[in-house]
Design a protein. Structure first.
Ligand SMILES: [Zn+2]
Ligand SMILES: [Zn+2]
Length: 346
């Protein structure tokens, strides 16, 4: 019987390559051959401090080719074998109010945090049949309720691997932050998330984009400029507030996006200060993931080739290098990684 190789998180900062049986594919399901799994700050966090002791195939930003599709899957979902697709890590239950409103990212029935039976790519236990619930594997299993997007023609799997940070960019800066024509924006953190926000804000017509980082972010700040940031600030070398006031003529910015991956309250306090003139009208929102529409807009943005996003997809890793790949994204491995593509067949 054919086997599928996967990198399984077996404990804090521990990975093992394991073999799983190639699953049967019922009529309403499909099997995706993995091309690229993006790695983000969430992986860094969940690898270091796993939320449970269960073995998990991580990888929640998954691009692949439909390798096998049941007849009902093809009929209901409109995808066929050979299609290059992006599968969201959210899986909808299709029954609750959130799902009916299209807000399946808030679906409680499929959220692993409150439902141990819930399925979410990169989070669900590998002990649960048919086991292939994460992208750090050669194949991923797609049940009827997986949320699947077509990758536009001309977009490589590696470029499509940026869709998650880009979709978050659309959701947070445009839908939540209301960035638009002539907006002035401060983006804190020049990682893949901050850089994606930069591109989205630029495309939306922001007239001023300031990106901040620390001294270890020198390469990332350079890319921020190449993607359209008007000013970049190394907060360890100069007072960010001073500079923000200077470039905004003392007005401060309209919108602040904290993409510092939980650096704590300092970015938030700086953000509030950076908007000071508007202090009575400040709204603080906590953003969560992306919607279907944000993903579609992000894929269209990638297809436009308008920005040199290949400068963001800096590194590729194979399946046996999952441990190093995650550590590198966290800043403790290969230097200057911005976006790491985990390519299980490399
Ligand atoms: Zn992620
Ligand atoms: Zn639901």
């Amino acid at each position: 019987m054919a086997k599928v190789l996967a990198a399984v998180r077996t404990g804090p900062s521990k990975t093992e390559i394991r073999e799983f049986p190639m699953p049967e594919v019922p009529a309403d399901s499909a099997l995706m051959k993995m091309e690229v799994a993006g790695i983000c700050g969430t992986d860094v966090k969940l690898y270091k401090t796993p939320p449970s002791a269960a073995p998990v195939i991580m990888g929640h930003e998954n691009i692949g080719v439909i390798a096998k599709a049941g007849s009902e899957f093809v009929r209901r979902k409109g995808f066929k074998e050979g299609d290059l697709v992006f599968v969201e890590h959210y899986v909808m239950c299709g029954k609750c109010e959130w799902c009916h409103a299209g807000q399946y990212r808030h679906c409680e029935n499929t959220d692993w945090r409150n439902n141990p039976e819930g399925i979410r790519y990169g989070y669900t236990s590998a002990e649960r049949a048919p086991h292939l619930w994460g992208g750090f594997a050669q194949y991923v299993y797609l049940p009827w309720n997986a949320v699947v997007h077509q990758v536009p023609k001309g977009v490589s799997a590696e470029l499509a691997g940026l869709v998650t940070p880009m979709a978050n960019g659309v959701e947070w800066s445009l839908f939540d932050g209301g960035v638009g024509y002539n907006s002035t924006v401060l983006i804190q953190g020049p990682g893949q998330q901050g850089l994606s926000q930069t591109v989205i804000c630029k495309q939306a017509g922001a007239s001023l984009i300031i990106v901040t980082g620390t001294s270890k972010d020198a390469a990332r700040l350079k890319v921020a400029k190449e993607l359209g940031a008007d000013h970049v600030i190394d907060v360890q070398k100069e007072d960010p507030l001073q500079r923000i006031k200077q470039v905004t003529g003392g007005k401060g910015v309209d919108v602040v996006l904290d993409c510092t991956a939980g650096a704590g309250t300092i970015p938030i306090l700086l953000g509030v200060e950076a908007m000071k003139r508007k202090v009575k009208a400040i709204t603080i929102k906590s953003a969560r993931g992306h919607s279907y529409k944000a993903c579609e807009l992000a894929l269209a943005q990638l297809a436009s080739k308008r920005f040199p996003l290949e400068k963001v997809t800096t590194h590729r890793f194979g399946l046996k290098d999952v441990d190093m790949a995650i550590k590198s994204v966290g800043g403790h491995g290969v230097p200057d990684v911005i976006h790491a593509s985990l390519m299980p067949w490399l």
